[in-house]
Design a protein around this ligand. Sequence first.
Ligand SMILES: Cc1cc2nc3c(=O)[nH]c(=O)nc-3n(C[C@H](O)[C@H](O)[C@H](O)COP(=O)(O)OP(=O)(O)OC[C@H]3O[C@@H](n4cnc5c(N)ncnc54)[C@H](O)[C@@H]3O)c2cc1C
Length: 445
Amino acid sequence: MQSNQDNIPVVATSDVVVVGGGAAGVSAAVSAARNGCSVTLLERYHHLGGMASGGMVLVLDDMVNGKEITVTGIVDEFVQRLQKEGMAIVPPVEDRYASDEMYRKWARWGVHDFHQAQKPQPIVYAAAFDPDAWKRTSLDLIRENNINLRLHSWFSEAIVEDGAIKGVICQTKMGRQAIRGSIVIDTTGDLDVAISAGADFTQGQYIVTTVFRLANVDTEEAERFEYEEPEEFAKINRQARRIIGGAWEMWWLKTPIPGIVWCNCPHMPGYDGISVEDLTKAEYEGRERMMNLYHYVREHMPGFENASMLGAAEQVGVRTTRMLRGEYVVTKDDVVNRRHFADTVCRGRDYYTPYRALLPTGVEQLIVAGRHYSAEPEAQKRSREIPPCMVQGQVAGIAAGVALQKNITIRSVDPKKIQKIMRAQGADPGDIPSDNATGVSECAA
Ligand SMILES: Cc1cc2nc3c(=O)[nH]c(=O)nc-3n(C[C@H](O)[C@H](O)[C@H](O)COP(=O)(O)OP(=O)(O)OC[C@H]3O[C@@H](n4cnc5c(N)ncnc54)[C@H](O)[C@@H]3O)c2cc1C
């Protein structure tokens, strides 16, 4: 251990330390606990969920390959718990097909398959949810699984001894604190832990977005206008998108709370999602742009006349920063061509992720899960939705359990064993390739 780490108080010791309480981190912590590990979960902010709550990214998608539901596991528990509270909206099975009627009924929930070129795009299994309910559900699962949660703990340095990670140091209001563990799972989204531990990485960058919500929107009137006066709608919508300067065609979507919509915009290029200067500038620019749009739609867009600004998300939406260069780097070709791997342990939509893409080189007892997994930036862009990040977390937790139980390194855990446990615990590890997979090896089941 380095000498400057010697005098730091050790405030917790557990089998597994998970750093980052986003969707991947909560999933990893719950999974590790369910697989026999004592777990400490560290999070810099006061809430759990990361982009899925603080970033107000409010649709779970990328869970289907045509009619097949491919992403399952802890994500299902979230959907079911949120639905029970009325805080997740999922289209019923009988509505999941392509038709003008279904599109009009569901598209403003963001539950259509936007990867399909066909118009209208089919309605699929996906969920629109509420951010605070996501935070509550995360806390409930953490408490139910006896996980030692430490909020307000900002990871600052990895403790590495003899080539293996032994814990982490956090900066807190109480000073620096050490948390020790046999296995560390990096779910910070920006690869903070792995980089500090010496892992190789790639620098990625993509647009950042100040997501915000509007209240008092008459969504029925807004949808009537969109479908019954398409030409006038197109004109106003074009101007709205020009004013915000960076927005998808469907820049507003409904949420489970009537009259409240989330606006996945403005998209702002050229910002580095880990730079203090850039993130500070983005707060100014994002707010300025969202207010411009707000004033415009109140004046011009039917349904938005009485809208109120509910405010921007707590965290600016960052999609891509630093990514692992692990044992295997997933390529754009792998994702686009749906390449199957013998060591596939997770999947999203129609693509597959090998266990090697969660393992760093050069440091032992560390595994990663979530948007910073080992992929080319162009591959990550197509494979970083919330549900697959959660499956990766579930895998990392299972792998930790197996490693500790067998007293082996996490790197040497047999992916076949992970696949088996995933299936037993209700998650699809992607070991059985779908009909449209490519590169299927003979050893795949
Ligand atoms: C604007 C936007 C729109 C998107 N749209 C969709 C969509 O519609 N559907 C979808 O499924 N996905 C969407 N995505 C992608 C998706 O939201 C993310 O890829 C996913 O949520 C990432 O989850 P994660 O757990 O890997 O990372 P994050 O959610 O980023 O979680 C990382 C966690 O680690 C914590 N952390 C970071 N650093 C530290 C540190 N040093 N110490 C302690 N804690 C730390 C963070 O506070 C956070 O809680 C969107 C993303 C953005 C930004």
